[in-house]
Write a protein that binds this ligand. Structure first.
Ligand code: Z5A
Length: 199
């Protein structure tokens, strides 16, 4: 089973994934925890490029999209597909829906570009996607207590509102795969809702 976790910053994806990871391990299941962008040494280097604010020039939106997919190709081929082939459960912090929400809905890139990449490079979609949804300000407050902001976190509220609408759009057209979780609840309640759904 391949499960991805989506949402705007600070909504509690990492917190939920850790709880589910422990839950599956306690059940004696073989489970792999990973994230995007990243998940392999090379893809983690691409992640650093993407999140770093210290560039001498502004990163273009196309470059951002292609770097996301370069990292994804590496991650899919080297981690996700082999783990699934071995019958493991894969829990992935963000996947293709983030590209639609951030690069298309957020940055304004065309859907055709994304579709081209998905058709050619995304050979496996998640079986289930949990969309953790909460008002932007709530997630921002939670995340920003951590200190230094990365290149995405420096974006304005209006950008994240567009990203959130992007996730809502995916949820509307693919509600079979994407399950919305109310991320304003406590971590325990969010976890309980996810488990209920998985059952
Ligand atoms: N990105 C993209 O543009 N296109 C793509 O295709 C992909 C990614 C794959 C990095 O992602 C950036 O990459 C991301 C989009 C872009 N940028 N943004 N924004 P990331 O996943 O590494 O970054 P993030 O979304 O900012 O992660 P995050 O801030 O770590 O959020 P989180 O994992 O959802 O939250 P958390 O770490 O679990 O929780 C944050 C804090 O809130 C923490 O102190 C928790 O203890 C607390 N928390 C968590 N849940 C709760 C609840 N329920 N109640 C109260 N407090 C809570």
């Amino acid at each position: 089973m391949f499960i991805s976790f989506e949402g705007t910053e600070g909504v509690g994806k990492t917190t939920l994934i850790r709880k589910l990871f422990d839950h599956f391990q306690q059940q004696g299941k073989d489970v792999v925890l990973s994230r995007e962008p990243g998940g392999t040494p090379l893809a983690e280097q691409i992640r650093s490029l993407l999140l770093s604010v210290n560039h001498d020039e502004q990163m273009s939106n196309d470059t951002e999209l292609l770097l996301m997919y370069a990292a994804r190709a590496q991650h899919l081929q080297n981690v996700i597909l082999p783990a699934l082939a071995e019958g493991k459960i894969v829990l992935c912090d963000r996947f293709v829906d983030s590209s639609f929400a951030y690069q298309c809905a957020g940055r304004g890139l065309s859907r055709d570009k994304l579709q081209l990449l998905n058709e050619n490079f995304v050979v496996r979609m998640p079986d289930i996607t949990f969309w953790l949804d909460a008002p932007i300000e709530l997630g921002m407050t939670r995340a920003r207590e951590r200190g230094a902001l990365d290149r995405f976190e420096q974006e304005k509220l209006v950008f994240f509102e567009s990203v959130r609408s992007g996730f809502a759009e995916i949820h509307m057209r693919d509600s079979q795969r994407m399950k919305r979780l109310d991320a304003t609840q406590t971590p325990e309640q969010v976890f309980a809702d996810a488990i209920d759904y998985l059952k």
